[in-house]
Design a binder for this molecule. Structure first.
Ligand code: ADP
Ligand code: MG
Length: 388
């Protein structure tokens, strides 16, 4: 059995007795469709093998007792006073209790143990995984009968309000709705979604962690959102039907935005092209055409780097290294930008050699060894225990 499930159960038994339930919720990747969510566009996420496991059990009082295996820390509080804790990991669980209670779902006291192996802050949404595992477990434990989409929205709200991170809905959605060997085309406007097969005997998905986290990321993210809004406001003067960049085309952007700042035009052009690219990429997957899919990943990267300006030298270096390797058929930076991981589509037999080569040249250039994690696409949030 998976060692992490075992840990979640073992530490629970050690500290609290017998858990009622153990829930797994995975991290996520996004294959294509970056910075499209807040423009009402499409994204193409998938849930991965790295995950967070929460074992949980009801108490007879109103106390909340938590233990993090990874941080080796306890948290103690109660359901009556949910406040931000100095133990940051506990906040993601408290955020869920808070959002549930504000919606009228009163949690009783409970114990929980958290264990996970999603690299933190690498753009794989470990925070969403903690939130989704927690809300799923509490929903089961207290019989709230919430459906998955409601839990996704509440988990996003928890991150937005209690944690104070302005994330879109994709992270929680992908963690909750993932299926093995399938990617999910998510319409971020209607929240409609469609599964597409992503199964290949020939290629493997590989994340390479640049280990860079620029302080720019948050402020620049907000600036990009403002640029997109400025573009939409201008387009609306001529096309009242355009409510977001989702409603525009590259032609309209080129025609109507020539009066605006060149940067805003470039930003809008990237977004409009990227939204169309997700839909074309899904057609590639229907045909099993990974070569064509991979090419689109490179084009996305070029757009993110040159038009949207959210890459950084380290990410460009990693994508260039991928492009120069004959057995890497696609690569791009993933996530908000200015650091984090690149996602690579690599021929299976070349995986080890590519990791060695790129690690060596990256170390020579930047003085740090990048992380390299092959990932597989696994199912979304589910009950996985208890098992002894
Ligand atoms: P990410 O991009 O991985 O979501 P965030 O900064 O949004 O990065 O969230 C990371 C936070 O989520 C961690 O600092 C921690 O508080 C919490 N977290 C992630 N994984 C675990 C874990 N295995 N156990 C406890 N808390 C975790
Ligand atoms: Mg996060």
């Amino acid at each position: 059995m998976n060692l992490l499930i075992q840990d979640a159960g073992r530490y629970y038994r050690e500290h609290f007795g017998e858990p009622n339930i153990i829930v797994r919720s995975p991290g996520r990747i996004n294959l294509i469709g970056e910075h499209t969510d807040y423009n009402d566009g499409f994204a193409l996420p998938a849930s991965i093998d790295n995950a967070v496991y929460v074992s949980i059990g009801a108490r007879t009082d109103d106390q909340i007792h938590l233990f993090s295996v990874d941080y080796k820390e306890f948290y103690k509080g109660n359901t009556a006073t949910i406040e931000i804790s100095l133990q940051s990991w506990a906040n993601y669980i408290l955020a869920i209790v808070d959002v549930l209670q504000k919606a009228g779902y009163n949690c009783g006291g409970f114990n929980a143990v958290v264990r996970g192996d999603i690299p933190i802050g690498a753009g794989l949404s470990s925070s969403a995984a903690v939130e989704c595992a927690t809300i799923f477990a509490l929903n089961e434990l207290f019989g709230f009968k919430l459906d998955r989409m409601t839990m996704v929205k509440m988990a996003q709200q928890a991150e937005n309000e209690f944690i104070g991170v302005r994330c879109g809905i994709m992270d929680q959605f992908a963690s909750m709705f993932g299926k093995p060997d399938q990617v999910i085309e998510l319409d971020c406007r209607s929240l409609d979604y469609t599964y597409f097969p992503f199964e290949s005997a020939e290629y493997e998905l590989l994340l390479i962690n640049s280990r860079v986290k620029h302080s720019l990321a948050d402020s620049e993210y907000n600036l990009r959102r403002l640029d997109c809004e400025a573009g939409v406001a201008h387009l609306q003067r001529f096309h009242p039907n355009i409510k977001s960049l989702r409603d525009a085309t590259p032609e309209i952007v080129k025609q109507e935005l020539h009066l605006l700042d060149k940067k805003i035009v470039q930003r809008c052009l990237y977004v409009v092209e990227e939204i169309a690219r997700v839909q074309e990429a899904c057609e590639d997957l229907k045909r099993g055409d990974f070569i064509s899919f991979g090419k689109k990943m490179f084009i996305t990267h070029k757009g993110l780097s040159e038009l949207y300006n959210v890459s950084c030298p380290e990410l460009d270096f990693l994508v260039n290294a991928a492009a120069a390797h004959k057995d890497v058929i696609g690569a791009r930076m993933m996530g908000g930008g200015f650091g984090g991981c690149t996602l690579n589509l690599v021929k299976k037999e070349a995986l080890a050699e590519f990791i060695d080569r790129v690690s060596e040249t990256y170390l020579e250039t930047y003085g740090v060894l990048p992380g390299a994690y092959p990932v597989t696409i696994e199912g979304g949030t589910a009950v996985v225990g208890p098992a002894k």
